[in-house]
Design a protein. Structure first.
Length: 342
């Protein structure tokens, strides 16, 4: 899904290549009109993390190599050298995990979504559409390349592997259920399982801290995660988007799931937004910017006639963080909880 919207392209790639977008959703949400209680904040809010950088759990831990790990596409792979690492996926999750493990000093290239301060100066090896450039990767002489199974083109990944670079392919799913496993898998592939356990413990503790910020009972507010790219592209997140996981943790009811959507992102009309009638809208900051910011979001078709619109409940967060999961997901949840509730 200019520099201000570079990571929106990551989500847009997912939307266009991994799900089928229908013209609109027409299934009504079966719900009684509810009152979410006094917990919700009114007015546009920005959910910002306390720090934009990734905090490592260790200081360049020594890798215990060689190590043999499972690579989704290639089967067992033996990693013998982690001195020059490149990590690539559309959400920037793999890169953030490598830095959080304390191995950022070994990273020699990045994707366009790995844009936090300690990584921003590295050479970029993906193009504007998040496609991997084999020549750019090989020019950096990596000893190991970490990618997800959704990294494209596959021919580029194969070319890099055929050149002799060790390639480890990880699952593309980004959700809470698989988050700890992904962090452990990356740590194992880099020969630093102890750092991986520290990272899992820290992340899980941050998730628990975020849960403490959600009122109990929360009032079961309906929350809609909207992907916006100008006034002519408005998609509602549903099952499998990752947003559904966040909303559940925030004590909300996902508007996409309540509408019985079957795709991760589905185009919506003014009528369907009114039917969904969310209490809270969650958007990416860069997406909101394409329509004039939070105030512009409130002018999109149907929004003004929803509870969220009437109470100006729009919560925005940077696109490079909100759906990445990985080591920052607990901090993301805390920031969202603070922005949504009083």
């Amino acid at each position: 899904m200019g520099a201000s919207i570079r990571s929106v392209r990551a989500l847009l790639v997912v939307v266009l290549t991994m799900v089928t977008v229908s013209a609109c959703f027409v299934t009504p949400i079966e719900q009684d009109r509810h009152s979410p209680g006094a917990h919700l904040r009114n007015g546009p809010q920005t959910a910002a993390l306390d720090g934009n950088d990734v905090t490592p759990v260790a200081d360049d831990p020594r890798s215990a190599l060689p190590v043999t790990v499972d690579s989704v596409r290639y089967g067992p792979v033996t990693v013998t050298d982690t001195s020059r690492i490149i990590a690539v996926d559309v959400s920037g999750t793999l890169g953030s995990i490598v830095f959080a493990l304390g191995m950022g000093s070994r990273v020699v290239g990045r994707d366009t979504s790995t844009a936090f301060p300690s990584a921003i100066g590295l050479p970029v090896v993906t193009n504007r559409g998040h496609s991997l450039n084999a020549e750019s990767v090989l020019a950096l002489a990596p000893t190991v390349l970490l990618v997800s199974e959704s990294t494209v083109p596959v021919t580029a990944v194969d070319q890099i592997r055929d050149s002799g670079v060790t390639v480890v392919v990880f699952p593309a799913t980004r959700d809470l259920a698989s988050n700890d496993t992904l962090m452990r898998s990356v740590a194992k592939a880099l020969g630093v399982p102890e750092a991986g356990e520290k990272l899992v413990d820290r992340t899980d503790a941050q998730i628990e801290a975020a849960r403490d910020l959600v009122p109990d009972p929360s009032g079961d507010p309906t929350m809609a995660f909207l992907y916006i790219r100008g006034r002519n592209l408005l998609l509602l997140a549903g099952p499998g988007s990752g947003a559904d996981d966040l909303i559940a943790e925030l004590g909300g009811r996902d508007a996409g799931e309540a509408a019985r959507l079957t795709g991760a992102f589905t185009a919506v009309t003014a009528e369907s937004m009114i039917t969904a009638d969310p209490d809270v809208l969650i958007v990416m900051t860069q997406g909101a910017d394409t329509v004039g910011g939070p105030d512009g979001v409130l002018t999109l078709p149907g929004i003004a006639d929803t509870e969220a619109g009437r109470n100006r409940r729009v919560v925005q967060m940077d696109e490079s963080k909100i759906l990445a999961f990985g080591p920052d997901v607990g901090l993301v949840l805390s920031a969202l909880a603070k922005a949504i509730y009083t």
